[in-house]
Design a protein around this ligand. Structure first.
Ligand code: CMC
Length: 439
């Protein structure tokens, strides 16, 4: 195969180098295209655009492969912990025993948030969405960590990364407690990452919550599976913000906002809302699938389809098993899990889904698992954010340490051509000058 591509514009041919990744993925390098031809490429939604070279995560959507730093997700899910996976993503290799001990120690040391920061929770109304609170609090956190703003040494970076991953769990649980009018629960240093989070979510001043080992294991799995996913919307946002030189807190707060939307991290909550509605209104699942297929229908089958995976999402395979295991132990089976499985069956046998290669994604089963742990639906995307934090930090680090210029895409302008400024007394309510007055 040729190592250059050729593009012919206005009769003139231009050679463009081909860049080949570790796994054989190939990209046409257009870095010099505008300078040499005066043209830019147009790829709305970036489905064909490689925005960077990254050594963090590999996804093969055709084969259903996901690897963090080369290690298959199935092996990490089976053997690793979230804290260890964070190190792997951020540093590119598995930690030694000593490194893991120091790293975990930092999580414990920095698990509290500044007392001043707790007061911010009083400023949010109880109806405030936890994602808004989370993003605001991560940004506000930087005001309490001024020494973390300049990452001048590896040690400062390591402490900042551990602080952020540790504190996001304290902030998340505190925002939940504030929203239900209960006193905020402080972390306990002897508990592991996941148990500590569940303790802060569900303990009361007069009664300690005893985390159930199955829930702790399921949470661990969810966090590992969400820890990174190459250039998804929120990680690309983090990189974009980082490229301006913004600090890690500001960049990750922006990542939280990008994650919030229903087509990205918000899908896990949307799936459970959909399943609940199907259950409560006893909707016929075949009819529902017909509804989501409609060209004019505003409804999509939430938790199905993926920009990259044209196969079963490997994370969904693992989560389906976890859901079966965790929910199988409940005294009363969760009807939403049964509906999810039947819905999956209907969709996977439907020509619309087969032709478009739409399969369950990570969000299809994660919601029912979180529900079984007692996590409220409006906290689901917060859980995703907790999991994705190491991925955001690894991406931030790659941009911060690299010689990458400011991320600043071009556009094709399709607005008005140059025209005259119309003084206000000459404008009419409608027509040409009316449009001008609305600008
Ligand atoms: N239900 C019904 N139709 C769908 C769905 C769906 N869930 N997903 C895609 N399609 C159809 C779509 O209408 C289009 O049909 P046509 O070719 O006739 O116009 C075709 O499949 C291709 O869809 P697309 O929107 O062009 O594909 P995309 O790569 O831009 O979208 C997606 C990917 C995830 C936004 C989309 O599949 C979707 O909206 N899924 C539901 C929301 C969801 O579950 N999001 C979580 C994504 S995974 C976790 C994460 O990234 O955060």
């Amino acid at each position: 195969m040729s190592d250059t591509a050729k593009i012919v514009i206005g009769g003139a041919a231009h050679d463009l180098p081909i860049v080949v990744g570790t796994e054989g993925d190939r990209a046409v390098d257009i870095t010099k295209l505008r300078v040499t031809t005066g043209h830019v490429t147009l790829d709305e939604g970036y489905a064909n655009t490689g925005s960077c070279r990254s050594a963090i995560t590999f996804v093969d959507g055709e084969k259903g492969i996901l690897r963090y730093r080369g290690i298959p997700i199935e092996q990490l899910a089976m053997n690793s912990t979230f804290v260890e996976t964070c190190w792997l993503l951020i540093y590119g290799r598995l930690p030694t025993q000593e490194q893991l001990k120091t790293w975990s120690g930092l999580f414990t040391r920095y698990e509290m948030i500044h007392e001043g920061l707790y007061k911010h929770f009083d400023g949010f109304p109880p109806t405030g969405h936890p994602m808004a609170i989370l993003s605001a609090m991560i940004n506000a956190g930087s005001c309490y960590e001024p020494d973390m703003m300049e990452m001048e040494s590896d040690t400062t970076f390591q402490v900042a990364a551990a602080r952020l991953i540790s504190k996001i769990r304290t902030i998340a649980a505190a925002s939940y407690k504030a929203s239900i009018g209960q006193p905020i629960v402080y972390p306990k240093p002897h508990l592991d990452y996941c148990s500590n989070f569940l303790h802060m979510m569900f303990s009361l001043p007069y009664r300690d919550y005893e985390p159930d080992p199955d829930s702790v294991a399921a949470l661990q799995m969810i966090l590992i599976l969400h820890a990174d996913h190459e250039q998804n919307c929120s990680s690309s946002t983090v990189r974009m913000v980082a490229s301006s030189g913004a600090n890690m807190f500001a960049s990750c707060a922006a990542g939280v906002c990008a994650l919030w939307g229903r087509l990205h991290g918000g899908a896990n909550a949307a799936v459970v809302e959909m399943l609940q509605q199907l259950h409560d209104q006893r909707v016929d699942l075949k009819e529902y699938v017909t509804l989501v297929k409609g060209k004019e229908s505003p409804v999509r089958l939430m938790g199905f389809g993926h920009r990259v995976y044209k196969q079963y999402d490997p994370r969904a395979t693992i989560l389906k098993e976890v859901a079966d295991r965790l929910l199988g132990r409940l005294k009363r089976p969760d009807p939403l899990l049964e509906i999810a499985k039947r819905l999956e069956d209907v969709a996977l046998n439907d020509p619309y889904f087969i032709e478009r290669r739409l399969y369950p994604n990570v969000d299809f089963y994660s919601g029912v698992i979180l529900r079984a742990m007692g996590i409220p639906v409006n906290m689901f995307t917060v859980m995703f954010a907790m999991g994705r934090m190491p991925g955001w930090i690894a991406n931030w680090k790659e941009v911060h340490n690299g010689a990458i210029a400011l991320y600043r895409p071009r556009q094709v302008y399709v607005g008005e051509p140059e025209r005259r400024y119309v003084p206000i007394h000459e404008r009419s309510a409608a027509g040409e000058s009316g449009r001008e007055s609305g600008r």
